[in-house]
Unconditional design. Structure first.
Length: 168
């Protein structure tokens, strides 16, 4: 049982380190389903003790998946809240200069003390200002959240839009 708990903790740590929730969640769900099916097979075969052990392991991994989902939801809320602070600083900058800043460094320290991390993950936790859109990576390799300072609307875009190529 200890190894199952450690495996669940490792999956959650993968999310905290990398910022991607899809792979650890799918791994936890897949393992929980396989263990759950194995528990049913053992129960049908009359091996109640083994079925109970496998069922408990499946439950631990399902709980790990729930924890990862909860961390991702907490991170998303934190990122939106912090983006609001940065957006307010961008509006203050525009009120004084007539334009939005070219980059977020232009806001520090006069308009905002520092640029916070978007999320508490180790990787993919920065904000970027691309044109008039304040962006952060929601799911590495896949999705970025983009707040348009001009329209005051959120959108979900591909991560590639957060890192435009120079000269295009």
């Amino acid at each position: 049982m200890l190894e199952t708990i450690v495996f669940g903790i490792v999956l959650a740590a993968m999310y905290v380190l990398h910022g991607a929730s899809i792979i650890p969640m799918m791994t936890a769900v897949s393992a929980a389903v396989i263990l759950g099916l194995a528990a049913i097979v053992m129960l049908v075969r009359g091996q109640k003790t083994r079925a109970g052990e496998l069922g408990l392991r499946a439950a631990v991994l399902a709980l790990s998946c729930t924890a990862i989902y909860g961390l991702a939801a907490l991170n998303a809320g934190t990122a939106v809240r912090r983006a609001g602070d940065i957006a307010a600083a961008c509006e203050d900058y525009k009120a004084r200069t007539g334009t939005y800043p070219e980059n977020l460094r232009a806001l520090v320290p006069e308009y905002i003390k520092d640029i916070p991390a978007a999320k508490f993950t180790i990787m993919w936790a920065q904000y970027r200002l691309v044109g008039s859109r304040l962006m952060y990576v929601r799911e590495p390799g896949m999705l970025a959240a983009a707040y348009d300072l001009e329209t005051k609307e959120w959108d979900v875009v591909g991560v590639a839009e957060m890192f435009p190529r120079k000269g295009n």
